[in-house]
Design a protein around this ligand. Structure first.
Ligand code: ADP
Ligand code: ZN
Length: 300
């Protein structure tokens, strides 16, 4: 049986799984993200218990994903200082002696959603997580998009809502970017209460859905993905999706005419098809793609 290692590397926790070629989980565990010196040995021991053929990692970033770069496979300018410039790919490759594939956590999740989730059968989608931070993964022609670096849709500028009592967001880099204005911590800072405890009629949600709608409209006009998938802790507020759809449609002003965006965007801006499993499933897909000689046919 072919076995693959999958790692969803997050800023607060690491989710590790060993899965077979069909995606069935053999063992799964999680551990807190401490320093590399503290966290790497436990992760290496976990994967060493199995004869994995390759390892796929969906990782918090920013990452150096340029194969020709000397720093390829490193976490670069992260605010999580112990991991800054950490060469996560070579560390695992040296320890496990198997091919290691790396992409952003959100590109991995987007890949999983495009292959097996809400955008299954489509060639493109945008997956955005709205949580402690805001990150987006973009699939075009079936592949995660990399370019100069990789998409950072969480940091696109947004227009401050005139009704916003906090016109400067929480991002240390930008006065008014999406993450600074609409992440979970920004909601908590603005209102002094975590989003989870704010009732549906609270003005917080008009602002929140407005900022996310600005992103959805910009993304549709910029990349034309065939589906936008919104996940993450904040999106557990289920009433947000219809608000975001309505505001996105208003911002588009009827300009984009396509059957897929009819119906008030109800089939277009959607929740993840894989629930909270998009990230680890994407890491497994990356591992399978990195396997030079799989015995079962590859998806995508
Ligand atoms: P992370 O982004 O750290 O991986 P989450 O996606 O769970 O994890 O996001 C955590 C953030 O989402 C926190 O800021 C938290 O306040 C917020 N959050 C979590 N659950 C909810 C909820 N039900 N409603 C609104 N905000 C929530
Ligand atoms: Zn920012």
């Amino acid at each position: 049986m072919d076995l693959y290692g999958a790692l969803e590397a997050g800023g607060t926790k690491m989710v590790l799984a060993v899965m077979d070629g069909s995606g069935a989980t053999v063992e799964k565990t999680a551990m807190p993200t401490c320093t590399p010196g503290e966290t790497m040995p436990g992760m290496i021991s976990f994967f060493r218990k199995y004869a994995i053929r390759s390892l796929g990692i969906g990782c918090f970033g920013p990452l150096d994903l340029h194969p020709a770069s000397p720093a390829y496979g490193s976490i670069t300018s992260t605010p999580k200082l112990p991991w800054r410039n950490y060469p996560i790919v070579s560390a695992f490759r040296n320890a496990l002696q198997v091919p290691v594939a790396l992409d952003t956590d959100v590109n991995a999740a987007a890949l999983a959603e495009a292959s097996l989730g809400a955008a299954r059968g489509l060639e493109s989608c945008l997956y955005v997580t709205v949580g402690t931070g805001i990150g987006g993964g973009l699939i075009i022609h079936g592949k995660p998009v990399h370019g100069l670096t990789h998409p950072e849709i969480g940091h696109i500028p947004v227009l401050a809502d005139p009704a916003d009592p906090m016109p400067r967001g929480v991002c240390p880099y930008h006065a008014c970017c999406l993450e600074g204005m609409a992440s979970g911590p920004s909601i908590e800072k603005r209102w002094g209460i975590p989003g989870k405890e704010l009732p549906p009629e609270h003005p917080a949600w008009e602002l929140e859905s407005g900022y996310l709608a600005q992103m959805c409209a910009s993304a549709m006009l910029s990349f034309s993905p065939e589906k936008i998938i919104l996940g993450g802790g904040v999106m557990q507020q289920k009433f947000l999706l219809p608000m975001i759809r309505r505001k996105t449609a208003a911002l588009l002003g009827g300009y984009i005419v396509h059957p897929a965006v009819e119906n008030g965007l109800a089939d277009y801006i959607v929740e993840p098809g894989l629930g909270t499993a998009s990230g680890i499933t994407g890491a497994w897909l990356l591992a399978r793609q990195a396997d030079p000689a799989p015995s079962q046919p590859q998806q995508r």
